[in-house]
Design a protein around this ligand. Structure first.
Ligand code: SF4
Length: 397
């Protein structure tokens, strides 16, 4: 008997009914958006939704309070942001944002459209749960530590480690084989998953990584690489290897106002959404990069790596989530604006030993994630202090 329950991950064709209205999630493989696509998203956010473009921790985007789903679908499809009606929610691919431009052992960006096309071309892969995450790390270690399901990690210019359930399998493949092996692993995951409920990810299958490798007939031969979540987010002026400049830009709580997005579109350069809910504006001449900082910094894009906004993240909270005990984003915004988010090396006042505190008395140092309940949605990987709303105030863990 099948115990399978429906996959509830939202998309464009299946909106999530959030407490503040319908929510659409738009997949952006590799996080890459062309300027025209940024413009389409900005107009859609303003004319058809709540006004902001939310960046997700998988390098996708979301629109809240969608008012006209049919019009949104048509606009996204015309802009190339909805190339499939059957596979839209399985296109979760993140890649090292700076790959091919700054450092890295290999350029993984050319693999993104090939992997995406391979997913779309296989009817059965439409059955992949929306939680399955593909990762492409160019060897710098910024992506493989994000606990994806199936991925590759460059160990040389033409050698990749096959990454399964977030760990190095010990199997090595060439660039030419990398996408085929990942697609075969995705098929094998579906074979192993069967009809049992709760197997949303490769991690949910006992010995899943080893069993996938076994099914593929591949033998682990190399010394395994350890992956950890990166703590350094690329922010500010970043010199590319070819003499051009990328700009890393922080976005307050990952929520990009439509008007700011329109200015970004007007820069007319490729934009990458990162898994840290920031942006990379790539391929700028130096003079253009200076202009972009001058125009966009006053519009609340963050180019200063020491900004307290880069220390904080938050779940949706009220009014977007009915489970939330409070308006988390308003509380964390107040904490930043009143200087209560301290640099990582600071020591917060002793009062933090009290079990819970009202929002306006919280002083927290370093990387911190604020949540409206214990589910802690959107919590980043790595070393993070949890600030969680309870019935009596916030608890710090
Ligand atoms: S952490 Fe809780 S309150 Fe926040 S978005 Fe998730 S379910 Fe809602």
């Amino acid at each position: 008997m099948s115990r399978r329950v429906p996959d509830s991950c939202p998309g464009v064709l299946r909106l999530h009914e959030a407490a503040d209205g319908p929510l659409a999630r738009i997949r952006v493989p590799g996080g890459r958006l062309e300027p025209g696509q940024v413009q389409v998203l900005a107009e859609a956010a303003r004319e058809l939704a709540g006004g902001d473009i939310e960046l997700t921790s998988r390098g996708n985007v979301q629109l809240r309070q969608v008012r006209d789903a049919a019009e949104l679908t048509g606009r996204l499809a015309a802009a190339g942001l909805l190339p499939s009606r059957t596979h839209e929610r399985v296109r979760n691919i993140i890649a090292s944002p700076l790959s091919g431009r700054i450092g890295g052992a290999a350029d993984v960006h050319p693999l993104v459209p090939v992997l995406d096309a391979g997913l779309l071309a296989a009817p059965r892969l439409a059955e992949l749960p929306g939680r399955v995450l593909f990762t492409l790390d160019d060897g710098r270690g910024d992506i493989s530590g994000l606990d994806g399901d199936i991925g590759v990690h460059a160990t040389g210019p033409d050698e990749f480690a096959l990454v399964l359930a977030g760990t190095d399998s010990g199997i090595r493949v060439s660039a030419a084989d990398a996408v085929d092996v990942m697609l075969a692993a995705a098929h094998t995951f579906l074979d192993l998953r069967g009809d049992e409920a709760g197997r949303w990810r490769l991690h949910d299958i006992e010995d899943g990584a080893a069993r996938v490798a076994d099914h593929l007939g591949l033998t682990p031969a190399a010394e395994r690489v350890d992956f950890t979540a990166a703590q350094d987010i690329p922010i500010g002026w970043l010199d590319q290897d070819n003499g051009l400049v990328s700009l890393g830009a922080g976005v307050r709580l990952g929520s990009l106002p439509a008007r700011t997005a329109e200015f970004i579109a007007a820069v007319d350069r490729p934009v990458f959404i990162t898994p840290w809910r920031t942006l990379i504006i790539a391929d700028l001449a130096e003079w253009a990069a200076e202009q972009v900082v001058r125009v966009l910094a006053p519009m609340d894009l963050i180019f200063d790596a020491n900004s307290p906004w880069l220390q904080v993240s938050a779940c949706a909270g009220r009014p977007g989530c009915a489970k939330s005990r409070t308006d988390v984003r308003a509380d964390v915004t107040a904490a930043v604006e009143t200087g209560r988010v301290l640099p990582p090396e600071s020591k917060p006042p002793a009062r933090q030993d009290i079990p819970t505190l009202p929002a306006n008395e919280l002083v927290v140092a370093g990387r911190q994630h604020w949540s409206g309940c214990d589910r802690r949605c959107g919590r980043p990987r790595g070393i993070v202090t949890d600030v969680t709303a309870t019935d009596t105030g916030y608890r710090i863990d």
